[in-house]
Design a protein around this ligand. Sequence first.
Ligand code: FES
Ligand SMILES: [Fe+2]
Length: 462
Amino acid sequence: MRWASSSVIGRELAMTGYRVVRCAREKEQTMTDATTVTISRSGADEHRIGREAYLSNEIFERELERIFGRSWVYLAHESEIPNVGDYRLSWIGRQSVIVTRRQDGEIGAMYNRCAHRGSTICAEATGNSRLFKCPYHGWTYDDTGSLLAVALSSGYADETFDKATHGLELVPRIGTYRGFIFGSADPTIIDLTDWLGDASRMIDAFVEQSPTGKIKLSAGRHLSRVRANWKFIGMDGYHLNFVHRSVRDALGETDPNDAAGSLQLDMENVTSERSPNLTRDLGNGHVRLDYWPSRIDEIDARVADVEKSDAGRKYVALMREAYGKERAEELIAVASPHTAIWPNLQLVDIHVRTIRSLAPDLTVVEMAPAMLEGVPDEINVGRVRQHEFGYGPSGFISPDDSIIFERCQLGLQAGGNPTIELNRGAHRVRVEDGMLTGHFTDEVTQRGQIRQWRAQMSDGEA
Ligand code: FES
Ligand SMILES: [Fe+2]
């Protein structure tokens, strides 16, 4: 048991409205981990962090061990391996992992490292096979990792070579939540449900965009290589009016009823000082940009917008049938939980985003649009178009985000100030619904992530 379950109170999140419990500035400060690593001690407190956390090879190696090696890491979605024999490559830090749907239908995960001299045994990102044959000398394993055969076996004496002890290493812990498959290299880690805590409600909201409560990552995925540190990616509510100003500039006067126009209006609602929207710290490093307050005001208009087409009317009807009118309309209006689940999964707009850190200054961001089960095809086609608009390789949002992350990485090369600031809104943070909460533009999200980062990075060195 390394990490206690979420400190936030287990209640319905944004769907239930808001209640100020008490001012929590002191609480937030006391939650600062006193046992910080060297980098954190160098002038850092809850509200800032040393720039070396984004630059240092030594710290990155430590992240691989202590963050990615001791967390529940998102590996894949069940819909990517629906059939017996399906597999998909994934990663825990730098360790290549094969996620399989075994012959018994169970999900497994094993390290992609031959027990002989270490070659990867699988190079295809996805496929179907019950056997994995190493390309170097032909050792062959089944989909549970058992070594079935060695090539030219007379070179191994029966008395001294035991195939049973030369299988593939299994990932010690595997867990799933509503189709999301997680693995951990740490056999002692707390259960997945405790790790997720209240963030599981955000997964619920994401999959319950479907009337059957199931999504499929069947529309493909695209990857971006970003020359920036993984901790920069996502969950910033302060930048929209600046980094994404090009959306407004490019679109000019736009029909508010189409996708672009809706986004334009949304930006205006969320980026001003008057915005009712919030930043949320869900605990355990999970954080959220909460669009609920502005979208609830538009609930009727948003539902009516969906109902403009035959497919949309059918979709809304299916949702009401599945969840009841109120919950269904809330789900449709809010649409996205915009949540980061520590350390490598983000649910943004309609896509599942995976963060893969390769080096202090190199991150691969993978995005897979989530298709909804049990809806008219037109709904899913619309979701893909929506995704392309904002997040596709030539979309209006992601490319600009990547550039600004790379500019941060470049800017931090400059000496002088040893820290970066995470203190926006520190004077007005509060507890609502049992979780640290701030204005949409406040750095509650960054502080929540860095608090978890410090806790894991300093473990055992108090
Ligand atoms: S490295 Fe795999 S069989 Fe030799
Ligand atoms: Fe952005």
